[in-house]
Design a protein around this ligand. Structure first.
Ligand code: GUN
Length: 303
């Protein structure tokens, strides 16, 4: 579609400010839990020395500490065996001071991430990656939901962006973002299309979206001219260019000229991921301190 000159600048969805609000709410919830004798605890497991992971883990540690959550970062050797890493994660599962466990991904190539994730106690799986939590999301049952997808929905909710009945196009099909965000959007009554880097005529599919979630990990793959005028664009991509700058999966300025609202990179979805991790940790701590429900599962570590 040609630009008519009538388009304005899409509203910037400020993830940093929204995340700060969520984090202050979490800090209040932490205080209430502490009054009840429970200090939420988060264990972060970082294997190896991936520089991006180092930054993410530092941000998570700082944000959790600020919210009053007791954070422990465990750094097994990069050469740790599968069995030893699974044993470490299993031990955290029975540690009553730990309510949330996060194994930072990616893991070094000799390790099987799926096996490690399955060793996480599902009630403490604040990344929502354990098969039981994946199944819970697929079945609209209570469970822990992955942080980045949850952050996308929270951003929409807090900016009055309607999802019901709208066409949401998710670009990307990862376990961490694409698939779960599609399910969350479906649960909110959006009409959802999932596409990816091998989709034929990606531009035509994206241009049908009232809401576009870009989560492919390829800088600028989503062209500004593809965006439907007035659409909401949530850019999950974090790509570091050769100039050292971070860029999203969407051509920000060109897309902004057409979008109704758009998340920047950095400062959009990224900070929401951290905020939702804190929220999940609080939920897990609250659920662990509540009586067990009749189904035998603690309720409330919820959707
Ligand atoms: N690596 C990049 N993003 C994430 C995330 O949200 N969780 C974990 N565990 N690893 C990641």
């Amino acid at each position: 579609m040609e630009l008519t000159g009538m388009e304005g600048e899409g509203r910037i969805l400020d993830g940093k400010a929204t995340a700060a609000l969520v984090r202050s709410e979490v800090a209040g919830e932490v205080e209430r839990l502490v009054e009840r004798g429970v200090r939420p605890g988060l264990a972060v497991v970082l294997v190896g020395d991936d520089p991006a992971s180092e930054v993410y883990v530092r941000n998570k540690d700082r944000a959790a500490t600020e919210a009053g959550i007791a954070v422990r970062t465990l750094r097994p050797e990069a050469t740790v065996s599968q069995a030893d890493l699974e044993a470490l994660v299993s031990a955290l599962g029975v540690d009553e001071s730990v309510h949330g466990i996060l194994v930072q991904l990616p893991l070094p190539a000799h390790l099987d991430a799926a096996g490690v994730v399955e060793a996480i106690d599902p009630g403490k799986d604040v990344d929502g990656l354990h098969p039981l939590n994946v199944a819970a999301l697929a079945m609209d049952r209570p469970g822990l939901v992955p942080c980045t997808p949850a952050g996308c929905i929270e951003l929409c909710d807090r900016h009055g962006i309607a999802l019901e009945g709208r066409h949401a196009v998710v670009v990307g099909r990862s376990q961490l973002v694409g698939k779960p965000v599609a399910q969350l959007l479906l649960a909110r009554h959006a009409t959802v299309t999932i596409c990816h880097s091998r989709t034929h005529d990606l531009g035509a599919v994206v241009s049908a979206g009232d809401v576009v979630v870009a989560a492919v990990g390829r800088a600028g793959l989503i062209r500004g001219e593809w965006i439907k005028p007035g659409a909401t664009v949530l850019d999950v991509g974090i790509n570091r260019g050769s100039d050292g700058k971070l860029r999203g999966d969407v051509e920000l300025e060109a897309a902004r000229a057409r979008a109704g609202a758009i998340t920047p990179v950095p400062g959009g979805v990224g900070p929401m991921t951290v905020a939702m991790l804190l929220k999940n940790t609080c939920r897990a701590a609250a659920a662990a301190s509540e009586p067990v429900s009749s189904s035998g599962r603690t309720a409330g570590a919820g959707t």
